[in-house]
Design a protein around this ligand. Structure first.
Ligand SMILES: [Zn+2]
Length: 237
């Protein structure tokens, strides 16, 4: 672990418990650039940890403090996700975005192994439930798509981190009922009964995490089976 203090943090709200782990990618050409930005007082962004593609782990902000990684975000109705979470940045150039040519690529195994190691120690220190280990895109689906569909959530779950469900058989549901199920799982979504823009955005975030082979934003039978299985896992705990 390399200590690289960032000035971009403040106190967590009084009595706040650390209940979420939020995973990101840096979305910049190199890890050095990302580190420089996360440690620049003018940028007003940070994370607790950054993990290089070669597996080196940098500690930027003490876990007791609130790092500034999630921005405007929401899960299960919680809005101060920074105040309630630990944030980890995975070095990866990320997707293209307006004015930025990305180079989104798989996360190397040494980087994933390092992530599993640091996460297992975080989970020993804090009571973070498996379904509270989320991507930035889960908590801010309208703004963010990191860590994205190349991030191997399934492998992470095999290491005991987060959840990856077995599909179960389901009957087709209507738009209103799958909106309700997505909301029940934790996503911020309006129940409109229509397959509208905000619903497609949330479905795409859901797919990036749980059905990465197809991130079309269309809620199909497979998505429904996965969502049902996730709700069952949550219910059983
Ligand atoms: Zn992010």
């Amino acid at each position: 672990m390399i200590i690289k203090p960032s000035p971009n943090f403040d106190h967590r709200p009084a009595g706040a418990e650390i209940k979420y782990l939020i995973l990101h990618y840096t979305g910049m050409a190199t890890g050095e650039e990302a580190l420089a930005r996360l440690c620049d007082a003018h940028s007003k962004v940070s994370a607790h940890y950054l993990i290089e593609e070669d597996g080196r782990v940098f500690s930027l902000v003490h876990e007791d403090m609130r790092a500034w990684h999630a921005g405007v975000s929401s899960w299960e109705g919680d809005c101060d996700i920074n105040g309630l979470s630990i944030g980890i940045e995975m070095v990866n150039p990320g997707h293209d975005s307006p004015g930025y040519k990305g180079d989104y690529r798989p996360f190397p195994s040494q980087q994933m192994v390092a992530l599993a190691g640091i996460t297992q120690s975080i989970l020993r220190r804090h009571d973070i439930r498996p379904w509270h280990i989320l991507g930035h895109s889960d908590v801010a689906p309208d703004r963010k798509c990191d860590p994205g569909e190349l991030f191997d959530w399934k492998w992470l779950a095999s290491e005991g981190i987060g959840i990856w469900p077995e599909k179960i058989e389901t009957k087709p549901v209507d738009a209103k009922s799958f909106q309700q199920k997505l909301k029940k799982y934790g996503y911020k979504i309006e129940i409109t009964g229509k397959l509208d823009q905000q619903t497609r955005v949330v479905i795409r975030a859901f797919q990036r995490h749980f059905r990465p082979a197809d991130v079309s934003g269309i809620f199909d039978q497979e998505c429904q089976s996965i969502l049902e299985a996730l709700l069952n896992i949550k219910k059983d705990h």
